[in-house]
Design a protein around this ligand. Structure first.
Ligand code: 5GP
Length: 254
């Protein structure tokens, strides 16, 4: 297996590092324990987060693949370390909302916790310097980051991902409130789901108590100036424990 050292480092994101794989078309993604908020302004090391997120992401990507959505995943080599297809990432955060909360109710007069039916799809420009502003098709096309056809494909895939994930989470007593996904293109120009899906990028509520089981606990802790690391990790672990079968654990040596 390729070494994850600075010589092979292609890109260092806020929570993951991407290394060149053995094959030119492959990368190795290291899921780190770093957790950030406020466009990276606040950063903390959250023990076990990389481990938990990498496994949750592999489980979700495998399920999506089995439902016909192509993802970047080749294999989870071991917890924290994912072998993936090398993609040219599209700098668009595709956000799917099933329930109104978060930034959408701060920006528009939607009622708090009102359901969106059909789900609402939003696209943000992935750029910390500009604070990820909301896009429309005309702006995306003018920026040269996606064609009209690409944007239609992103929406179609996002709805399919939402459908599959809604069922996955409903089956384990979790409401999928909203989530963010990112896509990239392979050498043939195919649009493939990349980056990660984990409690870092979703809002997940316990179906009975409506307790938060995601990164929102960290973001709120930051706003209140008291981040309870154990509370955050316990929530992530709850998702991990509900999602993984004994078979999954055996396969990934957990
Ligand atoms: P909101 O726009 O309400 O803050 O977030 C909507 C959804 O997208 C939430 O599930 C949130 O976790 C996710 N999301 C939005 N922007 C980002 C981002 O920059 N990074 C991550 N990890 N998730 C994001």
């Amino acid at each position: 297996m390729i070494k994850m050292d600075s010589k092979n480092l292609l890109y260092e994101g806020k929570a993951k590092s991407v290394f060149q794989g053995e094959n030119p078309d492959e990368v190795i993604i290291d899921f780190r324990d770093d957790m950030t908020a406020g466009d990276g302004a606040i950063k903390e090391n959250m023990g076990q987060k990389g481990y938990i997120n990498s496994v949750i992401c592999a489980k979700i990507f495998e399920t999506l693949e089995s439902e016909g959505v192509e993802t970047q995943l080749i294999e989870l080599c071991k917890p924290c370390v994912m072998k993936a297809k090398k993609l040219d990432m599209i700098p668009i955060e595709v956000i799917v909302r099933n329930i109104a909360t978060g930034s959408i109710i701060r920006k528009f007069p939607f009622e708090d916790k009102a359901p969106f039916n059909p789900p609402l799809i939003q696209m943000d420009f992935k750029d910390d310097e500009f604070h990820d502003p909301m896009l429309n098709d005309a702006i995306s096309i003018a920026l040269g980051i996606a064609s009209k056809e690409d944007l239609d494909t992103l929406r179609e895939l996002a709805l399919k991902v939402n459908e599959v994930m809604n069922k996955m989470f409903k089956d384990i007593g979790i409401i999928l409130v909203d989530f963010k996904i990112e896509f990239g293109k392979d050498n043939d120009g195919n649009i493939i789901l990349g980056d990660e899906i984990s409690p870092d990028s979703c809002r997940l509520w316990d179906a009975e108590t409506l307790d938060m089981l995601d990164k929102e606990l960290f973001r709120q802790g930051k706003d209140d100036e008291v981040i309870d690391d154990d509370e955050v990790i316990d929530a992530y672990e709850e998702v991990f424990n509900r999602l993984l079968t004994e078979e999954d654990k055996e396969k990934w040596g957990i």
